[in-house]
Design a protein around this ligand. Structure first.
Ligand code: COA
Length: 262
């Protein structure tokens, strides 16, 4: 079995930190050790100004993440199960509100917690082999990583009911049609497609990226007038930054801007 630090591989690729769920023989099922590593790596990514985006993907050709580790569930007593769910909720909410873009590169089965991880990303690219589903009901359970709430918000209640109750597995094309997935590519192109998007994000002023991520989240939760007020406040704040002066000057001087994040 992979050592604890091997269950989630971390590699810098240009401006992106690529985190790879690495238990391919178990379809990258999420173990407690994996959650602990995700916690650690997200902390590092948040603190490092050189990391402009996080890419999440799965090892091997078959799965992104096939959900929580059901064998671990079987070994947990009730208090341990409840504690595990609370920890995964904390971590998934952090990922959802992460101040840098999180790009999911979905390379196969994204089931249960795997789909829920995707729903916490800001942007998804998928290989043609991606399959999204929430099969927890077949275990007599229900999702605990936000699946019922975030899928319903992202795709609407009818899609959510089909996935949760009728066991529908969304193909990559289905997910693209529903607006969940930005791009579907052949499996061999997946990581490059995710990294290309990370490169594009890295061209945008860092404070603007962080602010716009927050505003997209606000749009999902706040009444329109409140969201519009937040948008104006954010823009007024950005207008006073060095990066706004630099971005405008660079455009007029027909050169690339050099942003400093101030
Ligand atoms: N937890 C623990 N182990 C898992 C797992 C999970 N969520 N998903 C897959 N595995 C393990 C299998 O037990 C098997 O282990 P083994 O080789 O020691 O027997 C191995 O991964 C390969 O799985 P297998 O089912 O043979 O692969 P497959 O390619 O035919 O099917 C899936 C892949 C993902 C469709 C299937 O494994 C599956 O349905 N997994 C459970 C999905 C689920 O219910 N997720 C929600 C959990 S709350």
């Amino acid at each position: 079995m992979a050592g604890d630090d091997q269950v989630l591989l971390a590699e810098r690729r240009g401006p992106a930190l690529v985190l790879t769920f690495n238990r391919p023989d178990k379809r990258n099922a999420i173990s407690s050790a994996m959650l602990a590593q995700l916690d650690r790596r997200l902390g590092e990514a948040e603190a490092d100004p050189g990391v402009r985006a996080v890419v999440l993907t799965g090892a091997g050709p078959k799965a992104f993440v096939a959900g929580a580790d059901i064998a671990e569930y079987a070994a947990q007593d009730h208090p341990a199960f409840v504690a595990y769910q609370a920890e995964s909720r904390r971590l998934f909410s952090w990922l959802d509100a992460f101040p840098k873009p999180v790009i999911g590169a979905v390379n196969g089965y994204a089931l249960g917690g795997g789909f829920e991880l995707c729903l916490c990303c800001d942007l998804l690219v998928a290989s043609t082999s991606a399959r999204f589903g929430l099969p927890e009901g077949l275990l007599g359970l229900s999702p605990g990583g936000g699946g019922t709430q975030r899928l319903t918000r992202a795709a609407g209640p009818f899609v959510a009911a089909d996935v949760l109750l009728a066991g529908r597995r969304l193909s990559a094309e289905d997910a693209a049609r529903l607006g969940l997935v930005a791009e579907v590519v052949e499996p061999g192109r997946l990581l490059d497609a995710a990294l290309e998007r990370a490169e594009r994000v890295a061209r945008v002023a860092p404070l603007a990226v962080k602010a716009m991520l927050g505003l997209v989240r606000t749009a999902m939760e706040a009444p329109l007038e409140e969201g519009l007020a937040a948008e104006q406040a954010v823009l007024a704040g950005l207008h006073q930054t060095d990066d706004a002066a630099e971005g405008i000057a660079a455009f007029l001087e027909k050169r690339e801007p050099r942003f400093t994040g101030r």
